[in-house]
Unconditional design. Structure first.
Length: 248
C-alpha cells in the first residue's frame, strides 16, 4: 500500500498500479513505485485511436524530430501540445498513451491513460494530460487528480494543459514545417549563424546570407532546432529580430 502525498486532497492511502506495453509487445503490470525506471518513451501506446464518420475529434500521427518517428494524437488540441513538446529543447523522448494508471475509488477500480509521457534532459519524467478547463467533467477531474498525486508520489512532473497560446502555436506550427533534418544545409547553416551573431531582422539577415528562396527554409529549421532564436510571443514577420544562440 502506497501513501498519497499529505494534503493532496485524496484518501489517506492510495494504491497505484501501472500497466504498459513495452517495445517488445509485452504488457507488464506493476506497482507504480516499482516502475519509475521504465522507459515509457520507448514503449507502445496502451490505447488505439479510433476513427469513424462524424466523430468530433481528429486523430492522427505527428512525425517527431525528437524521436525520429511518429507519435499519435487524438485531437487537434493534443496535436498542438505534442508539437510544443517536440519543439521544447528540454524534451528528449515522447510517447502517447504511455501507460494505464490503476487505483481504487470508493471500492471500485478506476483507470486512466494520460495523453503523453515526456523524458526530459537529465532523465526527469513529465506526464501530460490535455483538456480545456471548461470540458473537465467531475469524473475526469478525479482521474486527473489521481494522476497528479501519483506523479507527486514518484517525483514526476505533471501538467494538465488546455488551449495553448494561439500566437505561440501559430509560430511553432509554421516552424514545424521545417523540422526535418533535410533542411539543415551545412553551408547555409554556417552563413546564417554568422549573419545573426549580431541581432538582425529576419528577412534582412536571410538576404545577407544568400537567395532568400534557398535560405529561408534553413533559417526556419534553425529556429525550430534552437540554433537561432526569436521572440515567438508575436507573429513572425520580416522584421522579427533573430539572434544566433550563444552569440556574444
Amino acid at each position: 500500500m502506497l501513501r498519497a502525498v499529505p494534503g493532496s486532497g485524496g484518501p489517506l492511502t492510495a494504491e497505484f498500479e501501472i500497466g504498459y506495453v513495452g517495445a517488445d509487445g509485452a504488457e507488464p503490470r506493476a506497482i507504480l513505485i516499482n516502475s519509475t525506471e521504465v522507459r515509457f518513451e520507448l514503449g507502445k501506446p496502451v490505447r488505439v485511436f479510433s476513427s469513424r464518420k462524424r466523430q468530433r475529434h481528429f486523430p492522427g500521427l505527428w512525425w517527431s524530430s525528437t524521436t525520429g518517428g511518429h507519435v499519435g494524437y487524438e485531437s487537434w488540441l493534443e496535436r498542438d501540445h505534442l508539437m510544443l513538446l517536440d519543439f521544447d529543447p528540454a524534451v528528449v523522448g515522447i510517447a502517447s498513451q504511455p501507460f494505464w494508471l490503476f487505483w481504487d475509488e470508493n471500492g471500485r477500480r478506476r483507470s486512466h491513460a494520460p495523453d503523453y509521457f515526456a523524458r526530459l534532459v537529465g532523465g526527469r519524467a513529465m506526464v501530460v494530460d490535455c483538456r480545456p478547463a471548461e470540458r473537465i467533467k467531475p469524473r475526469d477531474a478525479v482521474a486527473f487528480d489521481a494522476m497528479r498525486r501519483a506523479c507527486e508520489l514518484v517525483g514526476w512532473d505533471y501538467r494538465l494543459v488546455g488551449v495553448p497560446d494561439p500566437v505561440l502555436s501559430t509560430n511553432v506550427r509554421w516552424l514545424a514545417g521545417y523540422r526535418h533534418p533535410r533542411y539543415r544545409v551545412p553551408g547555409i547553416v554556417a552563413a546564417l549563424r554568422e549573419v545573426f551573431v549580431n541581432t538582425a531582422p529576419l528577412m534582412a539577415g536571410a538576404e545577407e546570407a544568400g537567395d532568400p528562396i534557398v535560405v529561408l527554409p534553413v533559417l526556419f529549421h534553425l529556429l525550430w532546432c534552437g540554433d537561432l532564436t526569436a521572440g515567438l510571443g508575436t507573429v513572425l514577420h520580416d522584421a522579427t529580430p533573430v539572434t544566433t544562440v550563444g552569440a556574444r
